[in-house]
Ligand binder design. Structure first.
Ligand SMILES: Nc1ncnc2c1ncn2[C@@H]1O[C@H](COP(=O)(O)OP(=O)(O)OP(=O)(O)O)[C@@H](O)[C@H]1O
Length: 359
């Protein structure tokens, strides 16, 4: 998997970024990625993986020790203070905890960056009047943050980020403080704004469900490195790294009732029993793959569970198989299915239960 689609004319291009804190922690260890104009690009990783440090290098809230940061064709590290201030107006940022000023109304919070930039009052008011309906807050103009729900506060945060008409939007765990339903609303809003305003969006999250919901491409970070990146559909259907598999399983790990696993027949004499999770692109071909594998390798392959899901309208399937037969023939069948492009992962009964709980 490569980042090649974005290489030419990228909206954001980060190359060879390193950042080591005085404590000795290496938060970024040779990170490179390119985000195409109009793309929603997700960076996913566990706590401490380096996501915040990475997103903060894009607008130079964090300066890398080495590497290059290019946004909209501009070399950010070459700018003087005035140049950097101007460049930052082209890069909006949305925060996890909204960072609203409690003593200001919704309208005054949204206008704040314009005030800092020295825009006359009339222009600020005109811009706020445009932004309020765009984020669905036309009725809340004169409310204070304390009178708003979490989702409404984040809408204010988004409107404020868009006030200076940026072309790039950075979202730092923008939905992590919200409940699932509100998260879905805010993600829809971000996607809608991307479409309407032709924005490029870089977001960080620890939730693969966020990536699945709105991202076009994703990079998975671990210990300061990007360990895998690609189209979201490809990463979900053919995850490579163990960490990516674990992330993917959190979202699409499907329910195999523990009782079902417990009731599976024991293998016969000289037979092995293996539980396999199979991920595949497209809804239709699996059943024939399973029956062909069964014939070719003379195995008993039972579909324990299965379902079809989709990402960006593209369908994919997830299936749990119980395979019975000589261990080496099960291995051979697994290899054969992988050769056809299916992602096959052995599951222990315990793993099946874990996957089910996480789903
Ligand atoms: N200012 C700092 N000084 C020292 N170490 C830091 C600093 N900021 C971050 N780190 C460390 O760098 C590593 C990466 O942190 P970062 O916040 O970028 O990760 P993250 O993936 O965003 O995690 P989280 O979701 O918990 O914020 C962590 O080990 C963190 O403790």
């Amino acid at each position: 998997m490569t980042s090649s689609p974005a290489e030419a004319g990228a909206a954001i291009r980060l190359a060879g970024l390193r950042r080591r804190f005085a404590t000795g922690t290496v938060a970024l260890d040779d990170v490179s990625l390119a985000v195409a104009p109009g793309e929603i690009f997700g960076i996913v990783g566990r706590s401490g993986a380096g996501k915040s440090t990475l997103i903060r290098t894009v607008n130079l809230l964090e300066r890398p020790d080495s590497g290059t940061v290019e946004v909209l064709g501009q070399d950010m590290l070459a700018l003087d203070d005035a140049g950097l201030r101007a460049a930052r107006r082209g890069i909006g940022m949305v925060f996890q905890h909204f960072n609203l000023l409690s003593s200001r109304t919704v309208a005054a919070n949204i206008a704040f960056p314009l005030e800092v930039a020295g825009l006359p009052r009339a222009e600020r008011e005109r811009r706020v009047a445009e932004l309020l309906p765009l984020v669905g807050l036309a009725e809340k103009r004169d409310n204070y943050p304390a009178q708003l729900s979490g989702g409404q506060k984040q809408r204010v945060g988004i409107a404020r980020a868009l006030a200076s008409r940026p072309r790039v939007l950075l979202c730092d765990e923008a939905t992590s403080a919200l409940d699932p339903e509100t998260t879905a609303d805010i993600l829809r809003l971000i996607r809608d704004l991307r479409d309407r305003l032709d924005l490029t969006v870089l977001l960080i999250t620890h939730e693969m469900a966020v990536v699945k919901a709105i991202c076009d491409r994703v990079a998975v970070m671990e210990a300061g490195r990007v360990i895998e990146q690609g189209r979201v559909f490809d990463v979900f259907t053919r995850p490579q790294a163990a960490t990516t598999r674990a992330f993917v399983a959190e979202v699409i790990g499907h329910a195999v009732p523990p009782g079902t696993v417990a009731r599976l027949p024991e293998p016969g004499p000289g037979e092995a029993r293996r539980l396999l999770q199979v991920l595949f692109a497209g809804p239709s071909s699996t059943r024939s793959v399973v029956s062909e594998a069964s014939r070719r390798f003379d195995l008993d392959l039972n579909i324990v569970s299965g379902r079809i899901d989709e990402i960006g309208g593209e369908p994919f399937g997830i299936m749990a198989l119980a395979a019975y037969g000589p261990a080496e023939r099960i291995e051979a069948a697994t290899g054969w299915m992988r050769g056809l492009g299916l992602d096959v992962t052995p599951l222990s009964p315990e793993a099946m239960a874990t996957v089910q709980e996480a789903a």
